[in-house]
Design a protein. Structure first.
Length: 345
């Protein structure tokens, strides 16, 4: 059994720990996860988050249950419960399908654990490939805008969109990043800034509704975002607000790239209309949520009883996307129209 540790997850000697992302950036606190139910709660509450990482985390939670001598039938039930923990991020479902296949076809504790380890190492490698493919589009002196968090906190490796930015920085390119705050849960303001600061990459935090203004001033040369699910026609779901960024990018002629591993492509999903969108609690938009002091909390500003609409994701149509940067290469709109995503699997 491998001992594994990345920026946000650790699986050593059968013990599973996650970095509590609710408390970032002010508190770096690790949680030991002992049961599948604990992992499901961590996924739903965004203690662990990011489409690739929640698939990895769920796989390790199931592997841990196997090491606890749970029966095949129990493990299958737990795999299904993990599968249903969040509805939009298809990586989670793909990873659980892989784990269930092992349980059905070649069940042993060793094989379950090995499959989880393979899912981790594969995601690590996919991130490196995405970063390398994407960095070619960043020029020395570029100002880059990104939305939500797509780095080491969201994956097993360097990340997707943020991994591309990191790779360009490591190549010596002088770049600057505009970070969308990403309301209502501030994954950009709390998490992307935290990662960029650790990486010594120059950045400026902006509110989401400043993105168009910054583009209008010519301050943004490229935009890179991640994805939680890509349909076969190239439409993709990402954190709420991504669609607005894409529309603004088209108006201002700013190249708009989506970066993701193949595990984000849903081969059963024909277009964006078929992507299920997670609806979250209204409380998240009635104020501001984040870590204040040593615990997560919310400052409410809306009157009591205010109705609120809170989709966690929106769908960006393919025609607004400049290119899709995946682990096996870069695809243009012409490639997507010719069925490139179907050929991937």
């Amino acid at each position: 059994m491998m001992n594994i540790k990345s920026l946000a997850i650790e699986f050593t000697d059968g013990k599973l720990r996650i970095l509590n992302q609710q408390l970032l950036p002010h508190v770096e606190s690790w949680i030991e996860v002992k049961t599948v139910d604990q992992m499901i709660e961590a996924i739903k509450s965004l203690k662990v988050r990011g489409a690739p990482l929640i698939g990895v985390a769920a796989a390790f939670a199931l592997a841990q249950s196997a090491l606890q001598k749970k029966s095949k039938e129990e493990l299958l039930k737990k795999a299904q419960a993990l599968y249903e923990a969040r509805p939009t991020a298809v990586n989670l479902m793909i990873c659980m399908d892989r784990m269930k296949k092992v349980l059905h076809e070649n069940f042993s504790i060793e094989n379950v654990v090995k499959t989880a380890e393979n899912i981790f190492t594969e995601d690590f490698t996919l991130c490196e490939r995405i970063a390398t493919h994407g960095a070619q589009f960043i020029q020395d002196g570029d100002n880059i805008l990104t939305h939500c968090n797509t780095g080491g906190l969201a994956t097993a490796g360097v990340g997707t969109a943020l991994g591309i930015i990191r790779k360009a920085h490591e190549q010596g390119k002088k770049i600057h990043v505009y970070v969308d705050e990403t309301r209502p849960l501030l994954q950009g303001g709390r998490l992307t800034t935290w990662e960029l600061k650790k990486l010594n990459i120059p950045f400026t935090l902006i509110t989401d509704n400043m993105a168009g203004h910054v583009m209008s001033l010519g301050k943004v040369q490229k935009i890179f975002v991640g994805s939680d699910r890509i349909a076969l026609n190239g439409d993709f779901a990402n954190k709420i607000g991504t669609y607005s960024v894409a529309v603004l990018a088209r108006h201002h002629n700013v190249p708009f790239y989506v970066a993701a591993p193949y595990t984000t492509v849903d081969v059963e999903c024909p277009n964006g209309k078929a992507i299920p969108i997670e609806q979250r609690k209204a409380e998240e938009v009635l104020g501001v949520s984040g870590s204040f002091g040593d615990s997560p909390s919310t400052i409410e500003w809306a009157p009591e009883g205010t109705p609120a609409y809170n989709p966690a994701f929106d769908v960006t149509p393919a025609h607004l996307t400049t290119a899709w940067i995946l682990d096996n290469g870069v695809f243009t709109q012409k490639d997507i129209e010719s069925g490139a995503l179907k050929k991937r699997n």
